[in-house]
Design a protein around this ligand. Structure first.
Ligand code: HEM
Ligand code: HEM
Length: 130
């Protein structure tokens, strides 16, 4: 069971990085921009959900299945929670209709920070695998 969280975490982190690239691609003047935009809208929500479930499941997994680990022993905890917060910011700033979206101009920057954080959380997670 100690592997369930890392497996979901890898999916969440890689999805975050992938949807981030889709979002950035959707802004460029290139033929595949409209497709990237559609995919970004669709899959970002799943990336966000995966990251939230990982953020809730990680500490539970540490407490229940990792007698060798204490809570907050590694930087993985703060970095991962930061990613969850940034992705929630991505969701919050992207709600439709656009005219009502708050701080829309922050959306790409929150997103890029989430991508970097996801890569960092992944590396830190690899360091505490069972
Ligand atoms: C963005 C996605 C992720 C989030 C939000 C997340 C969140 C967390 C949190 C909050 C903890 C508790 C840590 C503590 O109390 O010190 C944790 C534990 C852990 N995380 Fe993650 N994590 C993510 C991705 C990953 C990835 C990609 C890996 C592996 C490559 C990973 C491996 C682990 C491991 C091994 C533990 C200890 C518990 C266990 O073995 O199941 N995490 N995670
Ligand atoms: C992973 C990090 C993310 C990055 C790098 C990112 C980046 C971007 C960029 C560059 C755009 C185009 C902005 C513009 O046209 O000015 C965009 C649009 C959008 N993003 Fe994100 N984003 C991320 C995460 C998210 C999340 C978590 C959600 C929702 C849960 C989301 C939902 C949307 C939506 C709905 C749009 C509008 C698409 C459209 O115009 O049809 N994004 N994103």
């Amino acid at each position: 069971m100690a592997w369930v969280h890392p497996a979901l975490g890898v999916v969440g982190a890689l999805l975050t990085i992938w949807v981030g690239f889709l979002g950035l691609r959707s802004r460029q003047k290139r033929p595949d921009a409209p497709v990237a935009r559609k995919r970004h809208r669709r899959f970002s929500t799943w990336a966000w959900i995966a990251v939230l479930v990982a953020a809730i499941g990680g500490p539970i997994s540490t407490l229940l299945f990792r007698k060798d680990l204490k809570l907050a022993e590694s930087l993985h905890l703060p970095v991962a929670l930061l990613v969850a917060a940034l992705m929630t910011g991505g969701w919050y700033t992207s709600r439709q209709p656009r005219a009502k979206a708050v701080l829309w101009e922050w959306h790409p920057y929150l997103g890029i920070a989430a991508m970097l954080g996801a890569a960092w959380a992944l590396l830190l997670g690899l360091g505490i695998l069972p």
